[in-house]
Design a protein around this ligand. Structure first.
Ligand code: TRP
Ligand code: SF4
Length: 365
């Protein structure tokens, strides 16, 4: 077991926008669960980020935050191993966001691909706000306030981590650390330490190996397509959704041979089924000796096997949501302590520490 001091730090987050689906699980959550033993992990419910688009109606934000945490706990995030918290309960994020907003050029934000895309595509909300443009600045504050080394994210978030690195570099350039700088690299054997007097490390994004998870219509599984299988779907719902799932279009009749490599159900098998089942699917589909209904039943079996234990675990928290809330409060306390340490470094580097300092005598006197 590596000790906390030698372990690298991870921070990642999700916006609380409703119950999680299998795509969220394979795309992020499963990876987070695995990282808990190797890294010192911070996982954040980014409720302020949710406000950047949904500021007009905040009635469900809190409920959604609790919901997302239930899914996290059910999937195996462990409060004994990781710090699990809500962004808005650690107000220092807002202070760092403000300071970063001073040094972040507008052009950097206007060039972020997700910004341009969403401005063009989302027409039912007014996204011409200061907060929406500043989304990546807030994300930079989330990451850097914990001096995270590694940020596990999907492809769509890489540009935000890149901007985070640029903000770190610019801040470090303006405001060298006054004490307790960080090592740029490990000292060579027998060699001396190289100090960089930087407040912030530049975090690396860690791309989640993008398992292509199709939804029931064959397109990428996504809430906005309405083609999801939720982590909370009960067995009959999972089986029903599988029944309506699209298959290899070449397999029109039962007697037509198919190809699991071009079938969304085949993709599910590749991700969730055992080698033995996969072998049966491959030979049975290609020789038309199995039907799609049978094949989908096996895929449903694999999903149910995965989801059942999660749903069991979730029950405990559903029956007593206070338990989950306590975990968040405790996590937010631990996160606040880590954030406070960084904010001390930040204020000191900027010459704005909270300590009293006698005024300096005028030069030449
Ligand atoms: N922007 C991320 C998303 O939409 C959520 C997020 C907020 C995040 N803060 C973060 C991800 C910090 C990684 C690190 O998925
Ligand atoms: Fe897809 Fe399975 Fe039908 Fe083959 S048998 S087309 S893999 S559902």
């Amino acid at each position: 077991m590596t000790s906390a001091k030698t372990r690298k730090r991870v921070l990642s987050g999700m916006r609380p926008t409703g119950k999680l689906h299998l795509g969220n699980y394979v795309g992020a959550l499963q990876n987070w669960v695995r990282m808990q033993d190797e890294y010192e992990c911070f996982f954040e419910v980014a409720d302020w980020h949710a406000l950047t688009t949904d500021y007009a109606d905040t009635s469900r934000v809190k409920e959604n935050s609790l919901d997302v945490v239930l899914d996290w706990l059910a999937a195996g995030l462990d409060p004994q191993k990781s710090v699990i918290f809500i962004q808005s309960h650690v107000p220092a994020h807002a202070e760092l966001h403000l300071l970063f907003s001073m040094v972040t050029p507008l052009g950097w934000l206007e060039r972020v691909p997700t910004y341009k895309e969403q401005r063009e595509n989302i027409k039912d909300k007014d996204l011409g706000t200061y907060g929406f443009l500043g989304y990546p600045v807030l994300q930079a504050a989330d990451i850097l306030i914990y001096k995270a080394d590694v940020v596990p994210v999907g492809e769509d978030q890489v540009a935000h981590v890149e901007l985070t690195r640029e903000v770190a570099r610019r801040f470090n350039g303006f405001y060298p650390a006054t004490g307790g700088g960080i090592y740029k690299s490990a000292p060579p054997p027998g060699g001396s330490f190289t100090w960089t007097r930087d407040v912030f490390p530049e975090p690396q994004s860690l791309l989640t190996p993008a398992a292509k998870l199709p939804g029931t219509d064959g397109r990428k599984m996504s809430k906005s397509y309405g083609n999801t299988i939720l982590l909370t779907d009960p067995e009959p719902v999972v089986r029903q959704k599988l029944k309506t799932m699209v298959t290899d279009p070449a397999r029109v009749r039962r007697s037509d041979a198919g190809n699991p490599d071009v079938c969304p159900v085949g993709d599910l098998h590749k991700i969730f089924s055992s080698k033995e089942t996969m072998a049966k699917v491959n030979s049975g589909c290609r020789s038309a000796s199995i039907g799609c209904i049978e094949c989908k039943g096996w895929a449903a079996d694999a999903l149910v096997t995965l989801l059942n234990p999660m749903q069991e675990k979730r029950k405990k928290y559903e029956q007593n949501p206070r338990l989950a809330w306590d975990i968040l409060e405790e996590g937010s306390r631990r996160a606040s302590a880590a954030a406070a340490a960084t904010m001390n470094d930040v204020r000191a580097a900027m010459g704005m520490s909270l300590d009293f300092e006698a005024p300096k005598p005028a030069p030449g006197k």
